[in-house]
Design a protein around this ligand. Sequence first.
Ligand code: PA5
Length: 436
Amino acid sequence: MIKTDLSFIGDEAKKLMDAHRAEADAAVALLESGSGRGSDFLGWQALPFDYDRDELSRIKSAAERIRKQAEVFVVIGIGGSYLGARAVIEAIKGTYHNELSDGPKIYFAGNSVSADALGELLAICREKNFCINVISKSGTTTEPGVAFRAFSRLLTEKYGDGADERVYVTTDKSRGALKALTDRKGWESFVVPDDVGGRFSVLTAVGLLPIAVAGCDVDALLKGAADSASAQKGTGTQAEEYALARYAMLRAGKSVEIMVSYEPRLTMFAEWFKQLYGESEGKEGKGLFPAACAFSTDLHSMGQYIQDGQRIMFETVLSVENSATDYDLGEDDDGIAFLNGQKVSFVNRMAQQGTILAHCDGGVPNVVLRVERLDEYNVGAMIYFFEKACGISAYMLGVNPFDQPGVESYKKNMFALLGKPGFEELREDLNKRLRN
Ligand code: PA5
């Protein structure tokens, strides 16, 4: 479970929290009663316990099959159809999971339109036994569409009629081009529920299939999320405290939240967090800008700015209280003899504690979120914690957490420039501007 430690936010922020507590309670009520904006997309709240049992058992069987079938498993998706699975796999299995695991190597595609990124992964797959999971709720997103065309073509070249057994699809139950194609081809498919938006979908097949293929225990993940849902229900919860602390920071004039962790295996979790909060809150001219740093790595790059640059940010430290493994430094007479007899986890802890105090002294308050360890149970709990806090936080701002109207602007321009029918006028206009 997660604990919100507010020891390092300062007195001004605490006073602001007290002043706005009633608004946080109202936001909780709005979220839990389903009467706030975007309430058609509250399905994520029930996902940890009210899920489709048959689908979960199909997910587990498919994962087992894929683990036998493939040396490489390519997960194609972008945004909410990508970040959650990768975040969870790396948090639980570590950054080097592909090298350390006995299952298929898991790679992610379709999260950009880089020809180089695509070409590199295709080169890997040409030499290996592989299968793919294409994930798109809408079934119409360009980036995964491009990657899917390339990887499904390669599958056909390599396996002929056997290619169809190597395609796993996660999409809407009835709508979209991908669903129609899936039905025609008879590919095994899984559903993204109507009432769960992309960035809230990691506990559906969107996340669960790749996570299960990585060898993670999805039951423990769901159990952690379910216990977290109970713990975060109502007012006075740890999630509400976090949401309220963020709001207090905004009111105190901070505009950037840096999600910080001292565990490299949480780097992608911070990316997931950035999407969740950035896309849910950044609208109508409102919202904290969610950023991320990996410490102590970034203390040797961004550390200078955080300590001494513009005072626009606060940090949220995702503190993992117990590492999965440790290393005893023993005795030596090298340049770090002062560490003789210590463990690396102790050094990391001191780096964290020293940095929190230094940054606080430099005018950067720290919210500390304490998590016991990075296993399935606790990562499941973290997912629900952040989702719940996000809903509360967005309602406190008065925005709809579950839409993303701003994303459409780039898509329209891209479609126009690519010559998609229906965008002719915009194309002309954009081309004029680009020629100037
Ligand atoms: O949170 C969201 O809704 C988005 O980030 C989507 O997940 C992302 O745009 C991908 O969409 P889709 O799954 O429809 O391809």
